[in-house]
Design a protein around this ligand. Structure first.
Ligand SMILES: Cc1ncc(COP(=O)(O)O)c(C=O)c1O
Length: 357
């Protein structure tokens, strides 16, 4: 009988992360502000030739390299950051090699590691959900081949100090250390934030990944970026499919990058929205984690499932995060537009009141 590889057969059956689209989708950290009008105009202007010819990823890589201030041989454009993660893990993890990360974090890391037959080593953050930097240093071994850290993290929304990340990268010179900056644009008071991209020059084992799915509002186009040392990116290029990023996404890239005003307006609105959520949670006496992203994690004090269902009845989809280690009773709520947030805050009040009766 035909059988898949053992590590694949052992995986749990696939379930789409999209539970429903009936309601306001605040469960997937997508942009509720849509995307730049300049991107939409470019989409509408596409010619037959642009869609009938194979895409040239390298043109997009030069644009990104220029934008990030690095060389284009340090950039690999991918089909969403998902693909960057998959390529990087595949490049370094043989069966039995160790993939190291700290819970709670992005659920795709263990899924990908397990699919490759890697030994998945999970550290646990403390009650404050901060990155357990010292635990990483203690756990790094010659078998550690990939270390992955989302900064800021999903689902906590917390950012880790750059010094801690550098120490981890320096303590594991034989491991690929990937800093997942999916939510970078929402971080800090300014757009500058604490990216690790400038550190690539001095750390040949360091990688930084970005996505256009969040602040740029292009999740449907699937556009991700992996950066690292040219030599290492070169290995990934050897087996990355030549046309992994489609022509439509590539055609939009230049406009997306050019419209930084759209990105900063959206980020400013998200920061206000997450502040409104924080104020409400304070008022309701709920524990939440101060977010540097486009979502907020909150412990709802009742069964997370009950709260999620109650929100759904009010037309708002939020993510039950209670299965993430350390997130008992927690729900993750993406920030909507200012208008949407009026209704969302009201729905939260009602859902909490209902569940406390
Ligand atoms: C931490 C983190 N990394 C990566 C991704 C994947 O992003 P993309 O849409 O580019 O595949 C997500 C998506 O939610 C995420 O939360």
């Amino acid at each position: 009988m035909l059988k898949p590889r053992e590590s694949i057969a052992a995986l749990s059956p696939y379930h789409s992360p999209i539970v429903s689209r009936a309601g306001l989708s605040l469960d997937l950290n997508e942009s509720m502000a849509g995307c730049s009008p300049r991107v939409l105009a470019r989409l509408r202007s596409l010619s037959a030739a642009e869609v009938s010819l194979y895409p040239e990823r390298e043109v997009g890589e030069r644009l990104i390299a220029n934008f990030l201030g690095i060389a284009s041989d340090q950039v690999l454009l991918t089909n969403g950051m998902d693909e960057a993660l998959s390529l990087l893990f595949t490049n370094y993890l043989d069966p039995g090699d160790e993939l190291l990360f700290a819970d709670p974090t992005f659920v795709e890391y263990p899924m990908l590691g397990e699919a490759l037959g890697a030994s998945v080593v999970r550290l646990q953050s403390g009650e404050n959900l901060a990155l357990p930097g010292a635990d990483f240093l203690a756990r790094i071994s010659p078998r550690t081949r990939v270390i992955v850290i989302a900064n800021p993290n999903n689902p906590s929304g917390l950012a880790a100090p750059r010094a801690d990340l550098l120490r981890i990268a320096e303590s594991a010179p034989d491991a690929a250390v990937l800093i997942d900056e999916a939510y970078f644009e929402f971080c800090g008071e300014t757009m500058i934030g604490e990216t690790m991209i400038p550190d690539l020059a001095r750390h040949p084992n360091l990688f930084v990944a970005r996505t256009f799915s969040k602040a740029y509002g292009l999740a449907g186009l699937r556009l991700g970026v992996l950066t690292g040392a040219a030599e290492q990116i070169g290995y990934l290029r050897r087996f990355c499919l030549p046309f992994n990023v489609n022509a439509v996404a590539l055609a939009c890239l230049e406009e997306a990058l050019a419209d930084q005003a759209f990105v900063s307006d959206h980020v400013a609105q998200v920061k206000q929205g997450r502040e409104r959520l924080a104020q409400l949670f304070d008022e309701l006496g709920l524990r939440f984690w101060p977010s540097q992203t486009n979502f907020v994690l909150v412990r709802v004090g009742v069964k997370a499932k009950t709260f999620v269902e109650s929100m759904q009845r009010r037309g708002v989809l939020v993510r039950d995060s209670s299965a993430n280690p350390g997130c008992d009773g927690c729900v993750r709520i993406t920030v909507g537009t200012p208008r949407q947030m009026d209704g969302v805050l009201q729905a939260i009040r009602e859902a909490i009141a209902e569940s406390r009766v």
